[in-house]
Design a protein around this ligand. Structure first.
Ligand code: BG6
Length: 467
């Protein structure tokens, strides 16, 4: 639909930027921090090393001042569970929580709204070794950890995210199961996921009880799935995968029930989780206040052949669809360009995704991640990332169109504020507005996109146009 005039971004729009603890902090065993599953990632050819990361732990003051210079209204980051509680339970690590005190206070002092994710892929190692999310005790441990944070940050943190990309952890468990840990079966993953639903609902309840002024929601990886053609069988395949990959997670969180198609799929595959008495009541009665949407790229799929060839050989990550036997096959889409890492660049798909999410759930939406990973080059002290500027220009414009369509979009937090360790490609693949020079003591360099984004925020998005 075309509009003669676009709706302006609201005056309190949360122009932000995102990161997660293990991808930026470093200091992986400093000041009493316990190990998380991410600390088992070994240094490999991609320089995948979370032990040092972007060394935000030692640079946070300068980094937050750069956020201020950028004009950020919000900073979405995660708290490392094992920095606060080294084994995931038991005694509080005072120095660990003090670090987040300093971060939160400095953000507030600079009028930047902290948006805090409780858990972003970094389960404390001790908890993982005791059974991880498969063990129902982890639900209680997560609730206790959340209680500590809610009580501690009462009045300071108003936006909370429960679990980052629960769906990616089910569909692409490699990112959270480094070498040395046993990869769960698919059935176990679906049980883990069910336990996470219960944990998120309990924490949502707690947040509403302890912090009546705060808002809390999930942050799944959501994307519209296109059928390869108007062949009705391709349409069914797209519906299959969109439901199984995306709606299952939000339907449980928002409606308090499993999507019937997703349930039929889980039954057919023998992976339906065990539901314990009281689980669905807890979930149904504790709905999120908003939905965090991590959007990177759409995917295009075709009908399943169901002959043993539906799964493609190509290595997959959270945006590369592999296909699933009897469900869908991955397909090409010649209308859409892609990044050097094979992720589609589809700004219009962002509009479609936001419209679909909003019309299904009618809750305010916050874009909690979106961005382009690239092999940025530092030359003569500068990073000329015009491709990132063009990417965001187009995506912001489509977000404005979605706003005009009537979507209640409250903010946009690109991934990422600063370069960080990518979950699959380490420091080869960079996302930030700020470059981290790994060869010179992690020094920071503002990229061209930093200055461009600064103007966008300053003008509240009023000068945007699609390219
Ligand atoms: C999201 C995750 O799936 O995608 C982030 O929440 C991740 O942690 C981001 O970094 C980009 O993915 P990648 O694999 O390029 O780091």
């Amino acid at each position: 639909m075309y509009y003669s005039k676009l709706k302006p971004f609201p005056p309190n729009f949360l122009w932000g930027a995102s990161t997660s603890a293990y991808q930026v902090e470093g200091a992986y065993k400093e000041d009493g921090k316990g190990l998380s599953v991410q600390d088992l990632h070994l240094l490999n050819e991609h320089k995948m090393d979370f032990r040092d990361a972007s060394d935000f732990y030692h640079h946070y003051k300068k980094d937050i001042l750069m956020m201020k210079e950028l004009g950020l209204k919000a900073y979405r980051f995660s708290i490392s569970w094992s920095r606060v509680l080294p084994t995931g339970k038991g005694d509080l690590n005072k120095k660990g929580i003090e670090f987040y005190d300093k971060v939160v206070d400095l953000l507030i002092e600079n009028q930047i709204e902290p948006v805090v994710t409780l858990y972003h892929f970094d389960l404390p190692l001790k908890i993982e070794k005791d059974g991880g999310w498969f063990n129902r005790q982890t639900i209680n441990d997560f609730e206790n950890y959340a209680r500590i944070l809610f009580e501690h940050f009462k009045g300071r943190v108003r936006y909370w995210l429960t679990i980052n990309e629960q769906n990616a952890m089910v569909n692409h468990p490699g990112a959270v199961y480094p070498q040395g840990l046993t990869m769960p079966s698919k059935k176990e993953l679906y049980q883990q996921s069910h336990n996470m639903f219960v944990a998120a609902a309990k924490v949502t309840k707690l947040c509403h009880e302890l912090l009546p002024d705060a808002k809390i929601g999930p942050a799944p990886n959501i994307t519209a799935i296109y059928p390869q053609s108007c062949n009705p069988e391709d349409v069914i395949a797209a519906d299959n995968w969109e439901t199984i990959r995306c709606w299952t997670y939000l339907d449980v969180a928002v409606y308090g029930k499993y999507n019937s198609l997703a349930w039929s799929y889980m039954k057919e595959k023998g992976i339906a989780p065990q539901i314990y008495p009281g689980d669905m009541d807890i979930i149904k009665n504790n709905k999120p206040d908003f939905i965090g949407v991590n959007y990177y790229a759409t995917a295009t799929v075709a009908q399943s052949h169901n002959d043993g060839t539906d799964v493609s050989a190509r290595a997959g990550d959270q945006q590369v669809m592999l296909g699933e036997e009897g469900v869908y096959r991955s397909a090409e889409n010649n209308y859409i360009k892609e990044t050097e890492y094979g992720w589609k660049i589809d700004p219009v798909g962002l509009r479609t995704t936001l419209r679909r999410v909003y019309s299904r759930y009618n809750l305010p939406l916050l874009i909690t991640e979106n961005g382009i990973g690239a092999k940025d080059q530092l030359m003569n002290g500068q990073v000329k990332d015009d491709y990132r500027i063009s990417y965001f220009k187009d995506h912001f414009y489509q977000a404005q169109l979605a706003l005009t369509d009537g979507v209640e979009l409250i903010g946009y937090c690109p991934w990422s504020f600063i370069d960080l360790v990518s979950t699959h490609q380490g420091f080869d693949k960079r996302y930030g507005f700020v470059y981290v020079d790994k060869n010179h003591d992690n020094r920071r360099i503002k990229k061209d996109s930093f200055y461009w984004y600064k103007d966008v925020i300053k003008s509240n998005g009023s000068k945007l146009k699609g390219s």
